[in-house]
Write a protein that binds this ligand. Sequence first.
Ligand code: AMP
Length: 319
Amino acid sequence: MRRGYTVLVSKEAPERNRQPLVVGTAAELAAAIEERLVAAASSGSGATLGLVPTMGALHSGHESLVATAREQNDVLVVSIFVNELQFNDTADFKRYPRTLDADVEILARAGADIVFAPPVHEIYPGGRPLVKLDSGELGSKFEGASRPGHFDGMLAVVAKLLHLAMAPASCPVPVKYRAYFGQKDAQQLVLINRLVKDLNYPVDVCSVPIIRTADGLALSSRNQFLTPEQAEAALVIYRTMDMIKGRAENHEPLFMDDVVELFDREPLVELDYFELVDPDTLVELAFNCRETPFTGEGLLLVAAQVGNVRLIDNMPLGY
Ligand code: AMP
């Protein structure tokens, strides 16, 4: 996560403000991808394809992923699919914002070539998958502990999207694939890196930093359900992470007691977890640096419930 990605400049400046091609089927997507790749590789060389998977209701966080992918690739595909399999709460799935027209407008301005917005039966033609991906121990802690099945469902859809956003076998162009995910969902990112490694996907996983409001709230499609008072109270998440980060930067001991006290002072915010973990494996690093200075590297992982909105956030320490 902390490693930077290589900036590759695409051969031609992408055309902005052009309506992307919106497709809903795997066959249409494959044909559109092949056509764009062939056009992009007219010099006889290969071409690059960037995929940005989303659930729509796009905000500046998504736009940052799209902008990075646009800069680095010849062909840019953005998928919009609200994946029921990763929702452990039916009410949350039903009220999840669906704003396809506005999303397509944003993606036109961002220079996306293809928007893949499939119906459910296109992604799950056999209904709920019989053969499943298991996110294992890593997928059952932190977010997985509060949202059973969430990461298995996420892996199911990402595994499919990575396949579907590949050129058909008939494509004459050698292709380099990249897929873009936000550091906002740190546990998801670690699991996707494992998915790609464990199942030998020929895809580079690229991570993009968290986009926040000016006062520190990480952008999320669900933030629109927060009242102004709840959004204000939720800033305790950023404040406490930043406080710990300050201690880490000063190589001070990382005591936690005041974090809990600060959350206790915000009755609208119910803290679920506030953990320091290894950034690559998400194994908990005990706050064993209570008395000794913190010198290593770590990632703070936080989740809290605010009204009926679950907020997650994270912040790297020591790098
Ligand atoms: P979602 O539509 O919530 O599934 O998110 C799609 C992608 O956008 C995921 O890779 C998220 O990690 C990423 N993302 C969501 N919010 C942010 C944010 N505030 N900053 C950066 N990336 C984000």
